[in-house]
Design a protein around this ligand. Sequence first.
Ligand code: AMP
Length: 540
Amino acid sequence: MQGLMMDYQLTVDRILEHANRFFAHKQVITKQPDGSIHRYTYGDMYRRVKRMAKALVQLGVQPGDRIGTFSWNNYQHLELYYAIPGAGAVCHTLNIRLHPDQLAYIINHAEDKLIFVDGTLLPALERLADQLPTVEHVVVFNAPREVQSKLPGLLHYEDLVAQSDEDFTWRCTDERQASVLCYTSGTTGNPKGVLYDHRALFLHAYGECQANALGLCELDTVLPVVPQFHVMAWGLPFGCPMAGANMVMPGPHLNPAALAQLIEDERVTVAAGVPSIWNGLYQELRSKPRDISCIRALVVGGSAMPRGLIEAYERDLHVNVMHAWGMTEMSPLGTVSIPHTQHQQLSQQEIWDIKALQGYALAGVELRIVNDAGEELPWDGTTMGELQVRGPWITKGYYKVEPAPESFTADGWFRTGDVATITGDGYMCITDRTKDLIKSGGEWISSVALENKLMAHPKVVEAAVIAIPNQQWGERPLAAVVLAPNASANEEELIGYLAESFAKFELPDKIVFVAEVPKTSVGKFDKKVVRQRFAEGQLL
Ligand code: AMP
């Protein structure tokens, strides 16, 4: 047929081929468990990936087999992102922070055939040694060659690389083949698996590289603090080699001082992580200043970045913050909030307001908000509705869960479970999760808006707002607040402060002071646990 394009499969091996062809000299820098720096190039990585992919096939790995990874962010984990799909199999990233029962559930649900494990995490996996019937081999790296374990069929990563060679043809020929599997953090019930095909990850990498998004390019040096087991470090292991950007992998060294040092030493230009990481880094840099002027974008997502923290970074440290929103089900990136031409006349305060929004969609993602009847709502910046999305890197179902009708609309949109407003010029703002919204006397109260305001108070470092049952109103807000070190404030002072910005009915009935807001395995506020503590009478 005339006018149609050639049949070119969007498979991730082609990203690595591109990096090897054009950016073979660019670097992957890893901070190893012992604190030393491992440095090699995309060219070196390419050759080791080919060897590992061949070794996998020689071990009997078949197309579509699931192969687990249990690791920090490091060069070996990066190699596996290409070697496993390159061998035609599925790279199943396991969250190292999960409870052993949940971990066993996920490995068995996915029926992982092999598991690759970072030696520093071997003891954590060994606790499951007698619960892994499908696992034939465990392959260890960052461990001595003679390491012993009661895990099945222990092999050493470096032996596999050494015994193999580079004469290997990629086994991914169809862009619709599965390449990576991630399970959602599972705030309710068992975690659900999202299976990404090659095409989704390839297009997502393009999306990330868009100048209106992260704008990754050859000049960048990118530090994914977000773990590779949390939605593939937000796809950066595919976006960076595509762009030819250097990568800096922090290994297990995620404390603020270590991160600050790494950013300064390696002249990082883009760093990506959840708000709690950047909160810690900010406190560190305030007490011990370092030169991080190299950063052109501090990318933050996974939960709402408090406006106060955006302002603090930009005002005090002159670091540009880039707020992004996404989900495991979206590979994960959906939106970014970067001010545009129409904002050029705004004051600095108003610019920070824009940056605190979750932002506009990447080209490739469509957004809409709907009411309970499924009717589309206006983009006026105030009307709240359930946020729905569709696009080429958004899942159409969960792994081995069929069907999942509650997550999708009849006309093919994914129901995010987030509640949002969208401004006339397309800037989306998450006001809540559907299950976290507070309904008081028939009126909705946004827990996120209250949290953001509280966290903008100079004496507050963390705040989580939950709904508590109330006979008269149905539900009322309660805020659990963590004060800054050596700060003192009482309930009255904080309520008075909130009253400057919120209607009376929106003000929390109660503010309780806690030492820490409980967090999920990926560092988000765990409101399920806050609710549980309230129910157990611990927050009275
Ligand atoms: P996960 O799949 O674990 O990454 O969680 C996805 C959910 O995290 C989204 O549905 C949102 O509720 C929340 N989330 C992610 N990014 C943001 C953000 N920038 N602001 C507010 N919530 C966010």
